[in-house]
Design a protein around this ligand. Structure first.
Ligand code: MGD
Ligand code: MGD
Ligand code: SF4
Ligand code: MO
Length: 671
């Protein structure tokens, strides 16, 4: 628009009369891309990666390249709705916001009177990782605190590994992923970046390093590596100890680093001595000579970098696995060398004032914390008080939680009042009493921080929301008002909230540029603890060890990893991405398929004592014998009423109550 003054904020008018608005991808992905929305006459007509961002580098991904299609999809929820059919039927009628807020107020007030505030569970998911509208800031928590509602522990994704790293390193922060460009050897350990966060790949490529993929499945990433090692799932701690055995036998430990920066070396060294290549081979299923060769390679290559992500810690011993992995660069001294160390999640490096957002000081009394991964148990077995009101915010537990059958059983409870804030009619929406339409990223203000880079990203609203969609922050401001709550903090604007969160950073610069790199803290923070007093005080073994998988016995270990075309269950109803993802499939090794009389393309039933789902068999040596592969993110309503999550146990990993999605034994038979 000629004549419009050039803004110092995230809105940039162009000479040609367009407006470019800086934003951020909200999805649960390490890359937290910076994007630019093009707006013409109030309508978003383009969305592309920000070329100026050093990690985004102008590229988004196969899912988000079509994000505007998703924003404008015919199936987008645009109005509040009330359930009219039985729970699960997905039958709703449109109602006004006034009617929706009145009904919520009446039900919630009644529940508080009868059962107390803790009968309310604000269940936050990873649909958006925004600090204002999404998981990182727990929107609504101020209001829920005043009501004395239960707290929510977001245990479903990365907690076990994060705890394991903190026990060893004093921080979960790890390497700056941009430093991978300086590495000489890169171990891509239980991670599939070409699917689950591809922007790391540019740095991996720039390094020219020798690349090793360590994954029971030969993934898109494994295929681009120099070497692929396929351990049995859940045996990574043993593999790392076996590699250390070779390294230490060669005398390649960095004595100076060990003396100056670590604690407990003599005891750890004795533990390493127990993991001979022969014993390690027996546990991991990796041939002895491959273990020796990789140990020798690590021993002679500085700097060596490890990228380990969330996938490998979805096991009984997932926290321990990350703990041992973090010890490896402590033995070789790689932590002190640029391009060496380990990257899991950069989240620990951001110093954002989340407590200023959540305001737990508003609680009338201490409250219980309910674990996200234990939804089925909480809905079906928890008393004192029982969960009577569930607010599902940016989550799709029917699709993404473990033990789908029990989650559905719990959500079907007639006495449970369920409010779902959503964009689409997910499997979980079908069980809602009230559905509230939420804004999508180009329609609201937010602040993001990557967990695969060190940038804060600003998301400026670019367009007006469709229909009657409201942002999550605005939804809770209005509900607070309806509940008659007078605490002023409940009514802070989004801009005020952003300022409170970003106290330590230059908000104006962030807003003008769209992104801001933060300084990584030191890693390790203090001494690296081979023998961990931090683990010990949390009730765990002070000395690292190997923790075997919990789901043992017969059957195949089923890994349900990230799909290339969905993000968790987000995009699960997008027609084009569903077409590209193809049918729900399970990959079987030729030997395992032959033993079960299953041919390529056969319809199969995958089951265990928790539940079953249907799939099409794909026979391939991409999986090692004993292991089967599928992907997460399917919607039950499109796949016969159940997904892989029907077979997954609601069981805790070793640390922090993490989930164990890949620690899952199943049987497969022709349908
Ligand atoms: N396209 C896409 N991108 C995503 C997601 C998505 O759904 N789709 N999800 C996002 C989320 S929520 C997260 S947390 C991240 C997760 O990102 P990743 O950590 O990459 O997640 P996964 O695909 O679960 O697991 C990665 C790899 O670990 C392997 N693996 C499983 N068990 C073991 C094991 O015991 N040992 C070893 N060595 N490897 C093992 C799997 O075969 C898989 O190839 O990705 C994010 N990005
Ligand atoms: N089998 C298997 N299951 C898994 C995993 C696995 O490896 N295997 N991985 C697990 C992992 S790592 C994770 S993180 C979880 C994720 O599980 P969830 O946190 O439940 O994530 P999604 O399934 O993507 O559901 C997010 C929902 O939020 C909605 N949404 C997005 N943005 C917003 C918003 O701004 N406001 C509101 N109100 N809604 C919004 C989306 O439309 C979507 O329906 O899944 C887990 N499930
Ligand atoms: S999903 Fe990940 S790679 Fe794709 S646009 Fe979002 S942050 Fe970037
Ligand atoms: Mo996740």
């Amino acid at each position: 628009m000629p004549g419009t003054p050039v803004s110092t904020r995230a809105i940039h008018p162009t000479y040609d009369g367009l407006v470019k608005v800086l934003g951020a991808c909200p999805l649960d992905c390490p890359d937290a891309c910076s994007w630019v929305v093009t707006v013409e006459d109030g309508v978003a007509t383009g969305l592309r990666g920000n070329k100026e961002h050093p990690v985004t580098r102008g590229a988004l991904c196969v899912k988000v390249n079509r994000y505007l299609e998703q924003v404008g999809a015919p199936g987008r929820l645009r109005y509040p709705m009330r359930r009219v059919g039985p729970k699960g039927s997905g039958q709703f009628e449109r109602i006004s916001w006034d009617a929706a807020l009145d009904e919520i107020t009446t039900r919630v007030t009644g529940i508080i009177d009868e059962f107390g505030g803790e009968a309310i569970w604000p269940f936050h998911g990873t649909g958006s990782l925004g600090y204002l509208q999404g998981l990182e800031g727990f929107p609504g928590r101020r209001m829920f605190n005043l009501l004395g509602a239960s707290h929510h522990a977001p245990t479903i994704c990365s907690v076990a590994g994060g705890a394991g790293l903190r026990y060893t390193l004093g921080t979960s922060g790890g390497m700056d992923p941009e430093d991978f460009a300086q590495s000489k050897l890169i171990l891509l350990w239980g991670t599939n970046p070409l699917t689950s966060g591809h922007h790391l790949w540019k740095f991996v490529q720039d390094s020219g390093a020798y690349l090793v993929s360590i994954d029971p499945v030969r993934t898109r990433t494994s295929e681009r590596c120099d070497e692929h090692i396929a351990p049995l799932p859940g045996t990574d701690a043993a593999l790392a100890l076996g590699l250390l055995h070779v390294i230490v036998s060669l005398g390649a430990q960095d004595e100076q680093f060990i003396a100056e920066h670590t604690e407990g070396w003599p005891e750890f060294r004795d533990r390493i001595a127990e993991f001979t290549p022969e014993r390690t081979a027996a546990i991991t299923g990796v041939p002895r000579d491959r273990i020796v060769a990789l140990g020798e390679r690590i021993a002679r290559t500085r700097p060596t970098a490890i990228r380990a992500s969330q996938g490998m810690q979805r096991h009984a011993g997932g926290g321990m696995a990350l703990r041992v992995l973090a010890c490896l660069p402590g033995v070789t001294g790689d932590w002190a060398i640029p391009g060496g160390g380990l990257h899991y999640s950069t989240s620990g490096h951001f110093e954002l004032d989340v407590a200023a957002l959540t305001r737990d000081d508003l609680l009338p009394h201490p409250v219980r914390t309910l674990s996200m991964t234990r939804l089925g148990e909480a809905l079906l077995e928890t008393d004192e008080p029982p969960v009577k009101a569930l607010f599902v915010i940016g989550a799709n537990p029917v699709g993404s939680n473990p033990d789908q059958r029990r989650v559905i059983e719990g959500l079907s409870r007639e006495d449970l009042f369920t409010v779902v804030l959503e964009h689409f009619d997910t499997d979980t929406v079908d069980y809602a009493d009230i559905v509230l339409p939420a804004t999508m990223q180009p329609e609201h203000l937010d602040v993001l921080a990557g967990y695969g880079h060190l940038y804060l990203i600003w998301n400026e609203p670019a367009v007006a929301p469709p229909g009657e969609c409201l942002s999550t922050t605005e939804t809770f401001r209005r509900l607070s008002q309806r509940l008659g709550l007078t605490e002023p903090a409940l009514y802070d604007s989004d801009e005020e909230l952003a300022a409170q969160l970003l106290k330590g950073y230059d908000l104006d610069r962030l807003r003008a540029d769209g992104f801001l790199k933060v300084q990584a803290g030191p890693v390790p923070a203090g001494k690296l603890q081979f023998v961990s007093t931090r683990a010990q005080s949390a009730g765990h073994d002070p000395l690292p060890d190997y923790t075997p998988p919990a789901d043992s016995g017969d059957g195949l270990v089923l890994i349900s990893a990230a799909s290339h075309y969905f993000l968790n269950s987000t995009f699960g109803s997008n027609p084009e991405l569903r077409r590209r993802a193809g049918e729900s499939s399970i990959t079987l090794h030729p030997d395992d398929a032959a033993a079960r009389g299953i041919a390529d393309g056969a319809a199969v039933v995958v089951s265990n004592d928790r539940g079953s789902f249907e799939a099409v068999a794909e026979i391939s040596d991409r999986v090692r014998p004993g292991v089967a592969g599928t992907t997460k993110g399917r919607w039950a309503k499109f796949t016969g009423g159940a997904t892989v999550n029907a077979t997954i146990a609601e069981r805790d990993a070793d640390y922090g109550g993490g989930a164990v999605f890949h620690d899952n034994r199943v049987e497969v038979r022709p349908r």
